[in-house]
Design a protein around this ligand. Structure first.
Ligand code: FAD
Length: 364
């Protein structure tokens, strides 16, 4: 059946869903209040990474990375399969690298534990004295805005429509915009931080992050470098944290992250936190001290109530579906989110247990 679908939000999640559903024969209209891809997507680092906080998060991110790998992305997406190198500062972190390696291998992902010497050979710019690391070969990086533009363009070429209108409210069987009501078979709410305004029952909090980009230093760094200590800092939801997280860009620049804080919607740089983040990066990569930082920006990760995003039908509102709350993994998991949404709407295979992503009230 040719279903009429309305997607609210043209961030990476919304455009991935629109593209997937349009390719499957639906008639999709995307509503975007601002610049397509201009929300959290534009602020992101574009690290496509398998994380292993929980078995489901690992399966979700691994499927996300695998689906990106299948995409033949144009040059503008700046995709590099550089892998992630998790850096272990001490023996305790080497132990964690070994445990992670078991989990990654268990899922069939290529990875290797590195000794201190192998770490130095792989990344000679790292400071001496580090204890080792873990290389996960299949992780990738890309330019998030380029990827969002690519998916949107493909969706439009397949026949989807982009409507540059703000959705003012969800109504039974459709949405209300300034020009009037639009009806459809299903509405998919993929509005990032805008989700809560339209559906107050789903609280999505802004989790602020800083990134900095340097001048060109081609060849200084070869992998996405992340400290294993990142796992400790990124886990806590209430705390403010910084972690060493550096990405080599196709331009030869380095993207330096990252920080996490709950600070409302104030996008101005937090100088103290930014200073800590940059000092941390220099502590791992001493050469950075002599590399100019060209620009710094902040963005807001859409942080939902659970550890996984909410993907699926909203209980008690027939025809309403939600895809929101991807926090720091929305670029990685955009395509797998679209796959799960297609499962709910069209009955296509999900590859993961869709129940894990259902809004809380829908469980059981
Ligand atoms: C500093 C930082 C670093 C990050 N690094 C990574 C990373 O390395 N890897 C990774 O996987 N993820 C990363 N992320 C997370 C990632 O950016 C997000 O999870 C992802 O972009 C969320 O996409 P989205 O489409 O849900 O939201 P958004 O990109 O915010 O899109 C939502 C869209 O909805 C529109 N909208 C809102 N309300 C309405 C309305 N009423 N009507 C019409 N349109 C509306 C908005 O204008 C916006 O364009 C990072 C995020 C930050 C902030």
């Amino acid at each position: 059946m040719n279903q009429r679908i309305l997607v609210v939000g043209a961030g990476i999640v919304g455009v991935a869903i629109a593209d997937r559903l349009q390719a499957s024969g639906c008639s999709v209209t995307i509503f975007e209040a601002d610049l397509p891809g201009g929300g959290a997507t534009a602020a992101a680092m574009g690290h496509l990474v398998v994380l292993d906080d929980s078995p489901m998060q690992m399966a979700f991110t691994a499927r996300g990375v695998a689906l990106w790998r299948q995409e033949n992305l144009p040059k503008g997406c700046e995709r590099e399969v550089c892998g992630t190198l998790w850096v272990a500062a001490d023996e305790e972190e080497v132990e964690e690298a070994r445990r992670k390696a078991e989990r990654y291998s268990g899922l069939g992902l290529a990875c290797e534990v590195l000794t201190a010497g192998q770490l130095w050979e792989a990344e000679p710019a790292l400071r001496p004295g580090l204890a080792g690391g873990l290389r996960v070969a299949g992780d990738q990086v890309l330019y998030p805005m380029g990827a969002a533009r690519f998916l949107l363009k493909r969706a439009l070429e397949r026949g989807a429509t982009l409507c540059r209108e703000k959705v003012q409210a969800l109504v039974p069987g459709g949405v209300r915009t300034e020009p009037g009501l639009v009806q459809a078979d299903a509405v998919i709410l993929a509005a990032g931080l805008g989700t809560t305004t339209l559906l107050p029952e789903l609280p999505i909090q802004p989790r602020k992050g800083h990134l900095a980009i340097t001048g060109r230093v081609p060849g200084l760094v070869h992998h996405q470098l992340v400290e294993l200590g990142y796992l400790k800092s990124a886990h806590g939801r209430a705390t403010t944290s910084v972690a060493f997280n550096v990405q080599p860009r196709a331009t030869g620049q380095l993207l330096i992250g990252s920080s996490r804080e709950f600070a409302g919607l104030d996008g101005s740089p937090n100088r103290e936190l930014l200073g800590r983040m940059l000092r941390k990066a220099v502590s791992f990569l001493p050469t950075l001290e002599r590399v100019p930082v060209l620009r710094v920006w902040t963005g807001f990760r859409p942080c939902g109530p659970g550890n996984l995003p909410v993907i699926g039908p909203w209980p008690g509102r027939p025809g309403l579906f939600v895809a929101a709350g991807h926090e720091g993994l929305g670029i990685t998991t955009a395509l797998v989110t679209a796959e799960l949404m297609a499962h709910h709407l069209l009955g296509t295979p999900a590859f993961l247990d869709p129940a894990s992503f259902l809004p809380e009230p829908a469980h059981g």
